[in-house]
Design a protein around this ligand. Sequence first.
Ligand code: C5P
Ligand code: C5P
Ligand code: C5P
Ligand code: ZN
Length: 468
Amino acid sequence: MTGPVPELDARADACAERIAGSEAVLLASHIDADGLTSAGIAASALERAGIPCEATFAKQLDGEELERIAATDFETVLFTDFGSGQLDLIADHEERGAFTPVICDHHQPAEAETQFHCNPLLEGLNGASELSGAGTTYLLARALGGEGNTDLAALAVVGAVGDMQSSDGELVGANRAIVEEGVEAGVLEAGTDLALYGTQTRPLPKLLEYTSDVGIPGISDDANGTLRFLNDLELELREDGEWRCWADLMDEEKRTVVNALVRRAVASGVPSERIDGLVGTTYTLAREEPGTELRDASEFSTLLNATARYERADVGLAVCLGDREGALDAARDLLGNHRRNLSEGLRLVKEAGVTGEENLQWFDVGDRIPETIVGIVAGMALGSEGVSPEKPIVAFAEKDDEHAKVSARGTHVLVRRGLDLSAVLGTAAHAVDGDGGGHDVAAGATVPKAGKEEFIAHADRLVAEQLG
Ligand code: C5P
Ligand code: C5P
Ligand code: C5P
Ligand code: ZN
């Protein structure tokens, strides 16, 4: 890639060379949208290069998972979207000769060295906003297959969007260079559009009703109000009398709706930065069928989360690899379930409320929300009604009998003021005999249940120091 950081390309080249010289590769990846798209990119690139590979997925790369991987016959293991944070453990296996690791990741690296390691953080790029796991894996694919692999930029963008790297309105940094390659390859379109979730598949009333984070009186969370608002605009319905989706509207109709939305928001005193958030850069997968979840990067990423976070990474990977029949149907079923869990989770958090500490806020859902999606719920809750966007949010869910899963989410505004949740969760978790890490704006941890209170006290102090 003719990217801004030649050192990172050099790392990708070294990784590609090791991969190209391998007889077979075990591909190990993370169970979320970014991890699945990373695996999809890697598996495609390997197949095109004629290198057999097998894929395995994990919630987390811990000692046990690494033992399992070390016990296989593979001499080369390609870790995508995780691995850097566990570099110390991986390096131990490497030293014992269990396998040669190749790592394409964007998480905070642990203190250790390895030869084949591609990570934006090693070259001064931000791993939470400039390059995702899928983007880093894309660099490897480009190094392996050159121009012939630039169609994989579409999956890289789905991964970046799935990791919320566009949450400030658009993709930036190295991500943007990948978007440009995807546009060039004819697989992506980037344009300014309504920045709401569901423009391809949600009928208009549902789309507008779910604008809770913008909070437009008489529209957000108000089904009847939304219908009145839309009826006044006199848009044509579909032939069967149902509402169309946003993507079906003509440009002029879109302008009509956006103008009316903005007018309503301004008239009701919605703060201007939230109104600005209504419109943003959206990423369309040009080769996918219009009106499907696959057409929009944000909807595609949610579809993938709906598979892998429910132990069906096989389904998500098949969709990434182009299965538009059985796997897509299965993914859609899983999506229905995922959406119910998200909305039930949000309802729970709103009902029970969050506990405010001086510098952060937290909630504990026990076993009522799966630990694999509690972070998504926390992110959706942050900034919604009753939850302040001024403090990071920390969520606990049950991991097993003895352990709690922690997920923390912040905002870009807080990060600019010094917040680094990766450091907060890592340090606070270690203090109670747990383990954690991630990114400045989003991080996670596992802690003993008995240590939750002490963990919060530590984290509260650490956030104070960072924002002080
Ligand atoms: O492993 P990890 O990179 O997957 O996870 C990234 C997570 O961080 C995503 O689940 C995403 O929801 C979250 N995130 C966020 N807000 C951001 C950036 C990331 O909630 N601005
Ligand atoms: O599931 P994922 O983290 O990819 O979701 C990304 C964003 O999409 C969420 O933070 C949320 O704002 C939105 N979303 C939604 N309704 C859903 C799923 C996701 O509004 N059913
Ligand atoms: O699980 P959750 O979505 O909250 O994870 C947020 C971020 O924290 C992810 O990037 C994840 O990989 C990271 N994480 C971590 N160590 C953990 C749990 C999560 O580095 N024990
Ligand atoms: Zn990731």
